[in-house]
Design a protein around this ligand. Structure first.
Ligand code: FAD
Length: 740
């Protein structure tokens, strides 16, 4: 049982967690370059962006000069160049996933449309960055860099098409490419026809990376092509989308009909028997692109939740100040609405969700920073072994999967008991490291996009409601009403929730991921044994229940004998994906706070103890909430597909006792009837209910785990009470620091 029931009195949070705390939590305490980037992005967000929102810049969906002026602010602050390598005009060395995540977080703290506007250029460049030829990379990435005396060239990414084509189903391409000319011995000239729907940056983009399908027997399959505004043909930016959200980004439905050389095929091509064969089809490119950019989108919603805390506390505290009947110094004057438990408890829920989603998102961003160089190294090693091309690489990796699992299992072993030489051999093998990290990334990315935005938008509604009527006005401090609406777009673009759930339902059953997940259960129990107040034990029990359920579902069937876990059965696979996200977010939150507990002393100047204790309580609150969700989802799926027993089941209710029989038992063992199930009376009638209660002998283990998990919730609400008390006591600045 959690020791938090008997914990000694704790210190309270003195001030809202500042940059020093965030840097340690999200692991950029030693990255001075990123700290500077955060500061310069923040100055743009809380200055020009916030002023434009406050002046009503969001009231038109047209792309105005005022909105356009933000692009220059992004350039000057280093936001535009943050995606580029130094030789391309950038300033950050190495992988940039965490850097872009921090930019998105800072901008979305004020306005996620501004964040989208900055990131859409990176999205437009991403196909070239991930899969472009060296020449394409050098040319277009450098063009995108701000340089003295020259406007950077800006990009857009065009996948989505007018109905009935590309949306959630990215394979249904209406955009076409055919060969217009193929001079003897020269480069083919392509004619590209692409109509886009909802294309961000299209109001000003200088070039577009567009997904198209072949409409010519001399071109194989699909590809992405780079289209420039000066190419011969039609480059019609189209009408602006009449958005209700993210009005600080430009979204249009363009019409593109252009002639371009075949060298614009992203990633290049070969000619085989007179047919152009693109090196990458459009699916391979968008997979590589989205798996990184979706993490930043998830973090936009996290920023909104955490940005809501300060305005809410201020509103609640000040609510009754100035009334004649409320003298200064009285509890009502000092605490205002914070006297009401519901108000502080709900705020704690929003805060805990914000922390968990930020922890999950930044963990995913850091994971991609770790993965990127390992991926290149893996490609190099496989190429040296003569393994090239998608299918051959895939096969080679599958063959080594069992070694990756062996490595993960060794990670979970006691160091003294494992074969250290074998362990080191596996640990230094880039192919093994890639398989392990990739399995994790394939889960963390969709989980961040799905949970941060989906659950985040639910919690943003909660934040708006805690502001009362103010919440749904344009004057709401922190622009909470706008943020609530905006979060729905974050849940939709770059693949809506169904896409993320679909991906998770496959990647979360990968044995390499599950082997890591088993280690994580153990890791949580270990943390719980040292820091029981984190809720890590509750989380471990919930993880165990989820894993049991997932394994059970692999062979379970419904009442009609149909297999439960299969791709088309969204009623089973999708909720299991949702449940996993709750667990992952809570785990990342606990790991971050444990990191802060270890690394914080000496780095955090003031109020360290109170901060760590408060964040620990938030972990506990969130772990309990996650456990509740997981228990609900798992129970519903495990029992929900069974047929409910009926009174008509033969022979006469085999599971029921006869009333007479029960009376006889009671006369021998008084009180025994309390332990029996359903009964039928002498006249054959039963209690008024649907049928005998469900008994599922094969599910005893599930029932035991579920009962254990319920008990693990002990202490969670005590943690919430403590956190709520901190919310009453924490000092906040006299006024919000934006607009500046
Ligand atoms: C403001 C904004 C900016 C955007 N920017 C860009 C951009 O820059 N570039 C770009 O290419 N696109 C962009 N998009 C498009 C965006 O990515 C798509 O809107 C999104 O992927 C959903 O596609 P859809 O609107 O056609 O929805 P639909 O495909 O019609 O889906 C509607 C709903 O149906 C359900 N559904 C559909 N298919 C399935 C399925 N197979 N399984 C289960 N459920 C399913 C889902 O619940 C889904 O949410 C933008 C959109 C907006 C609104």
């Amino acid at each position: 049982m959690s020791a938090s029931t008997s914990a000694p009195r704790r210190e309270h949070l003195q001030t809202l967690p500042g940059d020093d705390v965030r840097q340690v939590l999200w692991r950029f305490e030693d990255r001075y370059d990123l700290q500077m980037l955060v500061q310069s992005t923040r100055a743009v967000a809380r200055g020009p962006v916030a002023r434009l929102v406050a002046q009503g810049g969001r009231h038109t969906h047209d792309w105005t000069p005022e909105k356009h002026a933000l692009l220059e602010e992004f350039d000057a602050a280093g936001i535009t160049a943050a995606y580029l390598d130094p030789e391309e005009g950038g300033f950050l060395e190495g992988p940039k996933n965490l850097a872009l995540a921090l930019i998105a977080f800072e901008l979305a703290w004020v306005d996620a449309g501004a964040a989208t506007c900055s990131l859409a250029t990176h999205l437009g460049l991403a196909p070239i960055h991930e899969r472009g030829t060296p020449e394409q990379r050098r040319h277009y990435m450098s063009l995108a860099a701000p340089a003295p005396g020259r406007q950077p060239r800006r990009a857009a990414f065009a996948l989505t098409e007018p109905i009935p084509y590309v949306g959630v189903e990215t394979g249904l391409l209406g955009g076409k490419v055919r060969i217009a000319e193929w001079p003897e011995g020269g480069e083919p000239i392509l004619e590209v026809n692409k109509r886009g729907r909802f294309i961000t940056n299209m109001a000003f983009a200088n070039f577009v990376t567009a997904a198209v399908d072949s409409a010519d027997p001399r071109i194989k399959g699909s590809c992405m092509v780079i289209l420039e505004e000066d190419d011969p043909g039609i480059f019609d930016r189209g009408t602006p989308t009449r958005k209700l959200v993210h009005q600080l980004s430009a979204t249009n439905d363009p019409v593109l009909q252009l002639r371009v050389p075949a060298s614009r095929i992203v990633g290049g091509y070969t000619v085989q028997d007179g047919v152009i064969v693109p090196n990458y089809d459009h699916s391979a490119i968008i997979e590589a692109v989205f798996r990184r950019t979706r993490v930043t989108v998830g973090l936009m919603t996290s920023a909104k939740l955490l940005s809501a805390i300060e305005p809410l506390i201020r509103y609640h505290r000040d609510r009754f100040r100035g009334a004649e009947a409320v003298p200064p110094g009285s509890p009502r004057y000092e605490l205002g609405l914070q006297q009401k438990e519901d108000v502080t408890h709900r705020l704690v829920d929003i805060w805990a969700a914000g922390e968990a989603s930020a922890s999950l998102g930044f963990a995913a961003a850091r994971l991609f920073d770790e993965l990127d160089p390992v991926e290149r190294e893996k490609d190099r090693v496989l190429a040296e072994q003569g393994v090239r091309g998608g299918l051959a690489v895939h096969k080679a990796m599958r063959k080594r999967q069992h070694e990756a699992i062996e490595f993960i299992e060794m990670q979970g072993h006691n160091q003294a008991l494992r074969n250290e030489e074998r362990y080191r051999q596996l640990a230094s093998d880039p192919v093994i490291r890639y398989i392990v990290l990739d399995a994790q990334a394939n889960v963390l990315c969709p989980a961040t996009k799905l949970w941060n935005t989906g659950h985040g938008s639910v919690m943003m509604r909660e934040a708006v409601s805690l502001m009362g009527g103010y919440g749904i006005t344009e004057d709401c401090p922190g622009f909470l009403g706008y943020k609530w609406m905006d979060s729905q777009l974050e849940a939709t673009y770059e693949g809506p929730e169904a896409v993320q759930r679909r991906q998770l339902s496959v990647t979360m059953t990968n044995e390499v991921f599950l082997a890591q997940f088993r280690n994580w259960i153990h890791e949580m129990r270990q943390i719980a044994s040292v820091e029981p107040g984190t809720g890590a034990c509750t989380l471990a029990s919930a993880m165990h229940l989820w894993l049991w359920t997932l394994e059970h579902l692999q062979h379970a069937r419904d009442a009609q004998g149909q297999k439960l876990y299969q791709a088309s059965r969204h009623g089973v696979t999708f909720p299991m994906a949702d449940a996993l996200c709750w667990l992952l977010a809570s785990r990342c939150q606990i790991l971050d706070v444990e990191h802060l507990r270890r690394e914080g002393p000496g780095r955090i100047q003031q109020g360290f103890e109170g901060t760590v204790q408060f964040l620990t309580d938030l972990c506990h609150v969130q772990a309990a909430r996650a456990a509740g969700e997981v228990a609900r989802i798992c129970s519903e799926i495990v029992y929900g597909y069974l047929r409910h027993p009926s009174w008509d089941d033969s022979p006469q209710c085999s599971t029921c006792f006869a009333e007479l029989e029960l009376r006889q038992i009671e006369s021998v063992v008084p009180g025994a009837s309390g332990f029996t199930g359903d009964i039928y009376r002498e006249d054959g009638s039963h209690d008024t209910k649907a049928g005998p209660c469900v008994r599922a002998p094969g599910l005893n283990d599930f029932a035991r785990l579920r009962a254990k998990l319920d008990g693990c919730l002990a202490g969670a609400l005590l943690a919430k009470d403590r956190a709520a008390e901190s919310v009453q006591k924490v000092m906040i600045p006299a006024a919000l620091d934006y607009p500046q």
